[in-house]
Design a protein around this ligand. Structure first.
Ligand code: FPP
Length: 234
């Protein structure tokens, strides 16, 4: 009789308390199947939920995902509407789940009133949980910095230190990401967490986001634990 060998579980400790994902490749995933791009995003949203669950099971306290950038408004309206709808549907399910603090990174003011209210309600109702899920939506790293500097100016600051900037970013409640994963064979940062990534480790993979599963996540984590982080020291 054969027993399927249980895959050894991946090891995670406090060195990996924050992981961030640039979820790239939904469009290519759909194109390769002759499907509309929005189906790629739907599949991407399923992968997102699966990966968030696995991160939580592994004990990773903070997860950040790049779901919609300030540049994504250049896409066709049908595609934008599909991503907005996916987020709205996700929020409807997420509000039933306890144990996660939800934070939206980005400018909500230009989103529809309905979506904005859903986002704000989820943030307010989930404020006291231990695990954090940051969803970057209408997010741009440069816009985030400009926003932080303007807040500091309004406060009347004449000179600032690094902590002033960190504490005025959308991510003020999270520590900087230990690991940033980008899928779909692209090796760039695309205006994501520009300030916060100063000492992050990067993991790039050819796998398209909708195909990024638990096994691929474990590979990224194993790669992280093979790195030596010196933070400029020796
Ligand atoms: C990049 O792939 C992906 C996006 C711009 C959208 C990411 C959105 C999701 C994964 C769904 C999010 C859903 C929720 C619930 C937050 P791309 O479209 O640029 O892919 P391509 O480079 O292959 O065209």
């Amino acid at each position: 009789m054969f027993f399927k060998k249980k895959q050894a579980d991946v090891f995670v400790d406090e060195r990996l308390s924050h992981i961030a994902f640039i979820m790239d490749g939904n469009g290519r995933w759909a194109k390769s199947r002759s499907l509309p791009r929005k189906i790629g995003h739907r599949q991407g949203a399923l992968a997102f939920e699966k990966i968030v669950k696995e991160c939580s099971r592994l004990g990773i306290k903070t997860v950040t995902v790049y779901a919609f950038s300030t540049e994504n408004w250049k896409r066709p309206k049908e595609e934008i509407d599909a991503i907005m709808e996916l987020l709205g549907n996700y929020i409807d399910r997420a509000k039933e789940e306890k144990g996660t603090k939800y934070v939206f990174l980005g400018d909500k003011s230009v989103l529809s009133k309905e979506l904005r209210e859903k986002m704000e309600n989820l943030e307010n109702e989930s404020s006291n949980s231990e695990n954090t899920l940051n969803i970057a939506f209408n997010y741009g790293g440069r816009a985030e910095l400009v926003n932080a500097f303007n807040e500091l100016l309004k406060e009347g600051k004449e000179s600032i230190v690094e902590d002033d900037i960190s504490s005025h970013l959308y991510t003020r409640a999270s520590k900087d990401p230990d690991l940033i994963v980008r899928t779909a064979n692209e090796c760039r940062i695309s205006n994501f967490l520009l300030w916060q990534c100063a000492y992050s480790e990067f993991y790039f993979t050819k796998v398209l986001w909708p195909d990024f599963d638990e096994k691929e996540l474990h590979k990224a984590i194993e790669s992280f634990y093979n790195r030596k982080r010196n933070y400029g020291g020796v």
